[in-house]
Design a protein around this ligand. Structure first.
Ligand SMILES: *Cc1c(COP(=O)(O)O)cnc(C)c1O
Length: 403
């Protein structure tokens, strides 16, 4: 047998599009992760809001291993019980009447955008294809979704982007009112922008978009890839606003770490994806759907969802105390267990230093750009794990800004 691979092998064998941390995690339990050296880390990153029930949750392990002994894969030439069961529950629990499964957030958004364009084409002809999206938003890394996403750095250098996409300032309803027309087929947004630092939509913005999209027969698409699955204390974030979309995308937390995504919509929109119009080999894979059913069992309960809000307030209080002590952060934005910790103007660009110092102290955090430390811990993190992570994080902040 060869020796275990190490981080040093990364540059030798991997495409250099990532720059992973210096340690290699090998095992996790709850909100604690161990690396190859046996050092432990408290996980406040959640694999970017994915491991919503922590690592190796017994109910998820059971669901996956039980399904693994039955059937792994069928393709969509057949349907399967876990997928039907999951779709039934999502329909029951949301505005949606129909579900399409995919494997990642980008694919779910690709499906949503294609559905909006196809429905417009079927109903109104070929001139209704314009899409309105927002600055700073993130919708995935397929070519269509980077083009619709509001961060030019992700779409530039790949040749001509698909036509008809306009980016407007987030929360600026007047700008949308000026741009939208009968050529618009979709308005897509995150109800809370994740990658740009946990920036929520105003209620007026969502209500206004709902009216404008109805008036112009355009699809209102919510990208809830990051905000969904209990992250904000509701199953889906839109429930806080009471404004329903036509199409909603869900991924990240939905599989608790198993790759899975869903596009939810109404029967009226869904019918434009008739047989053969769209598809995916793995979409609705029995393993992923079996795990997602177990995730939903735990997340979609008052105990877990209310627990998110209680844990969030508890964590925010401590983070604000750390802010006050070291004076490096101007603001803590949070919606449920989803935090954007904004650096003060004089410390802009230094969020990466905090992330590295945190890893050194044994706590995993995320960034939302260079100026915001982002955190998305497990929705069921224990008080003890949270306290230990916060103590480590405080030492990290002290090491960077403590003077
Ligand atoms: C992560 C993310 C995506 C992309 O999901 P992938 O699974 O990486 O394709 C899309 N939209 C939002 C809001 C996200 O946070």
């Amino acid at each position: 047998m060869n020796a275990a691979p190490t981080r040093a092998d990364f540059e030798r064998v991997m495409v250099p599009n990532y720059a992973p941390q210096g340690f290699v995690p090998v095992r996790g339990e709850g909100s604690r992760v161990w690396d190859q050296e046996g050092r432990d880390y408290i996980d406040f990153g959640g694999g970017i809001a994915v491991t919503c029930l922590g690592h190796a949750h017994p109910a998820l392990v059971r669901a996956l291993t039980e399904q693994a002994g039955k059937i792994w894969h069928l393709s969509n030439i057949y349907t399967n019980e876990p997928a039907l069961r999951l779709a039934e529950r999502l329909v029951e629990r949301t505005f949606a009447e129909r579900v399409f499964f995919a494997n990642s957030g980008g694919e779910a958004n690709e499906a949503a955008l294609k559905l909006a364009r196809r429905a417009a084409y079927d109903r109104f002809g070929e001139n209704k294809y314009e899409i309105i999206a927002f600055d700073g938003s993130f919708h995935g890394r397929t070519f269509f979704t980077v083009s619709v996403g509001g961060q030019p750095k992700y779409s530039s250098g790949f040749g001509p982007v698909p036509a008809g996409i306009t980016h407007l300032p987030y929360n600026d309803l007047d700008a949308v009112a000026k741009q939208i027309s009968d050529r618009t087929c979709a308005v897509i947004l995150e109800p809370v922008i994740g990658e740009s630092g946990i920036v929520p939509a105003t209620p007026e913005f969502l209500h206004g978009l709902r009216e404008l999209t109805r008036k112009h027969s355009a699809a209102l698409i919510y990208d809830e890839v990051q905000s969904g699955m209990g992250r904000t204390g509701k199953l889906y974030c839109y429930e806080h606003y009471g404004v329903v979309p036509d199409i909603l995308t869900s991924a990240k937390g939905i599989g608790g770490g198993f790759p899975l995504a869903a596009m939810l919509t109404t029967a009226d929109w869904a019918k434009h994806f008739s047989v053969g119009v769209h598809g995916s080999t793995y979409g609705g894979n029995p393993l992923g759907c079996a795990v997602a059913n177990a995730v939903l069992d735990i997340i979609d309960t008052p105990e877990t969802l209310n627990g998110v809000l209680a844990r969030a307030d508890r964590m925010a209080e401590r983070l604000n105390a750390i802010s006050a002590k070291f004076g490096a952060f101007s603001e803590l934005r949070y919606r449920g267990l989803w935090f954007g910790w904004q650096l003060k103007p004089e410390f802009l660009g230094r969020a990466g230093e905090v992330l590295n110092a945190a890893a050194k102290e044994g706590v995993m955090v995320l960034l939302a750009g260079p100026d915001v430390v982002r955190m998305a811990p497990s929705l069921v993190i224990s008080d003890a794990e949270m306290d230990e992570g916060l103590a480590r994080l405080e030492r990290a902040v002290q090491s960077v800004f403590g003077g």
